[in-house]
Design a protein around this ligand. Structure first.
Ligand SMILES: Cc1cc2nc3c(=O)[nH]c(=O)nc-3n(C[C@H](O)[C@H](O)[C@H](O)COP(=O)(O)OP(=O)(O)OC[C@H]3O[C@@H](n4cnc5c(N)ncnc54)[C@H](O)[C@@H]3O)c2cc1C
Length: 486
């Protein structure tokens, strides 16, 4: 029986391991952390569970092309998904808009608030409605649908190609004149440089109830796949950092751990950070032009500062996500941050005792700022985290008077925290950001001049996301099985 060694017990590594076991390989995963999940994680603080990761998971519902993977990995039968009717409430200068997941209700809300934009609203909503019938096979790399996918895609082809080539910002600017409306819509799709498809498809997924929140949180989600993996006979070795991939005669023959131990393998699969794999574990010896281009000028998801609060107050009557524009910006490293908000987890009883709540927010920030503070001035690093936390609490105090006295536990994670705990380059939590240049482009899973080695996970395709990482595991094992004619 061929032995596969997998580096990383994130969602991609665990999924790859499950499919390896299902296909009669013997596999082992080596993970540097003490838990599975990688960035898909949660952690306990006192009575509260904190979690910055999963808010919605595409494919969670029966009928989607991803659903068989949810079934095969044991998620469909072990996790309940929560489908909200209000995706978020967004406020600018006292004007609030509810983004309903039902597209007809959202249309009515837009028309009610911005009647003068009727023409653009109709055009936009009609497109989202059209995309509610868009159901291409999503089990490949996102945006790379293969021939069957493209046949299914034919009726959508003109709009799909157009929306793939322009940014969210360009698309919304062409449709609307009202700046408040545009500002509100940008909050739904906060990265303006994403392809305009991202201004359409998420709303259609929400409408079809295909993107649920997994009750129990992110770590629980990962643990369910880990359980499946061990039931299938796989083994995860925790607290084992991989230092090197060992090569002999152009073949990967195993890995070397930090403690110097050599673990032999017939096939090595890296499901961890792409840069560490290519430039450290493989010493930059096996690169293609495309890989060099991606790493030379990286377009990564913007790093984030995440703040979590455990509060003895009940927020369950409010919509789960609220975003509001501030009257005064928060300054971090001289950069003005104009938006704040929160996600409360009251719909999930795992997060706080009855009558209490977890509030969590994410602020876009600069990785290098936090990195240099962490390395050169650790006191300032902690001081700065504390400073931003205090500002955030002050903002909440204006909205919910007295809240400061109800806060029982706090936690602040910077991009350096993400990097330290998961190894992801520059703290990028989802790897490459899809842009109009890179949407649907994949990076090689096999490297030139190196046999018996593969890469998978969020660093081999722009976009990231749990369902796609689960699908990556399946695709890769199918590819290996085919190559070996098993
Ligand atoms: C804040 C945030 C919000 C998100 N929201 C969503 C969402 O709502 N919906 C959604 O679908 N997706 C979401 N994602 C994205 C999704 O969680 C990720 O794309 C996905 O989990 C990545 O999985 P992965 O296995 O490829 O990588 P990782 O999770 O990075 O796993 C890699 C693993 O490798 C390990 N590792 C690294 N280096 C080594 C080494 N040298 N030796 C051994 N082990 C090593 C790490 O510890 C880690 O466990 C979010 C992510 C974040 C962070």
């Amino acid at each position: 029986m061929k032995k596969i060694v997998i580096i990383g017990a994130g969602i991609a590594g665990l999924s790859t391991g499950c499919y390896a076991q299902m296909n009669n390989f013997q596999s082992e995963i080596y993970e540097m952390h003490s838990n599975p999940g990688g960035v898909c994680t949660s952690w306990k603080r006192g009575d509260y569970l904190f979690d910055h990761c999963l808010h919605w998971v595409i494919g969670s519902n029966r009928g989607t092309s991803l659903y068989p993977i949810f079934k095969e990995l044991g998620i469909a039968d072990s996790i309940d998904f929560f489908y909200t009717d209000k995706f978020r409430v967004i406020s600018v200068n006292g004007q609030s808009m509810t983004v309903y997941t039902d597209i007809n209700k959202f249309e009515a809300e837009l028309l009610h608030l911005f009647p003068e934009e009727k023409k653009g609203i109709k055009k936009y909503i009609n497109l989202v409605k059209k995309y509610t019938k868009f159901n291409p096979p999503m089990d490949g790399d996102f945006g790379n649908f293969g021939i069957t996918g493209f046949i299914k895609l034919l009726p959508f082809m003109p709009s799909f190609m157009r929306l793939k080539r322009i940014t969210v910002e360009e698309y919304l600017n062409n449709l609307f004149n009202n700046n408040v409306l545009k500002e509100i819509l940008y909050r739904i799709f906060p990265v303006k440089k994403l392809p305009a498809l991202m201004a359409v498809m998420p709303l259609s997924f929400m409408h079809r109830e295909e993107a649920g929140y997994p009750l129990g949180g992110s770590l629980n989600f990962a643990q369910k796949i880990e359980r499946k993996y061990t039931e299938l006979g796989g083994k995860v070795h925790y607290k084992c950092r991989v230092k090197k991939i060992i090569i002999r005669n152009s073949c990967a023959i195993g890995i070397e751990l930090d403690n110097g131990n050599f673990i032999p393998a017939d096939i090595v699969i890296s499901a961890c950070d792409g840069r560490t794999t290519l430039f450290e574990m493989l010493e930059g010896k096996y690169l293609t032009k495309k890989i060099k281009r991606f790493y030379r000028k990286p377009h990564l998801w913007p790093p984030i500062l995440s703040i979590s609060l455990g509060i003895k107050r009940d927020f369950s009557s409010m919509s789960e996500i609220k975003d509001f524009k501030l009257n005064e910006p928060i300054l971090v490293n001289g950069k003005e941050i104009w938006w704040s908000g929160f996600f409360h987890y009251c719909h999930d009883s795992h997060f706080a005792p009855k009558g209490k709540s977890v509030l969590q927010t994410q602020i876009e920030t600069d990785y290098f700022y936090w990195k240099q503070l962490y390395e050169k001035d650790r006191d300032r690093y902690y001081y700065e985290k504390e400073r931003v936390l205090k500002i955030y609490i002050r903002i909440l105090e204006d909205i919910f008077p007295g809240i400061k006295d109800d806060i029982e536990v706090t936690d602040v994670a910077t991009p350096v925290t993400w990097e330290r705990y998961t190894g992801n380059w520059q703290g990028s939590y989802e790897g490459w950001m899809p842009t109009i240049e890179t949407f649907g482009v994949t990076l090689p899973k096999k490297l030139p001049g190196l046999r018996h080695f593969y890469m998978t996970g969020q660093w081999v395709f722009p976009g990231g996301g749990v369902p796609m990482c689960m699908a990556q595991g399946k695709n890769l094992i199918q590819q290996i099985v085919k190559e070996r004619k098993r």
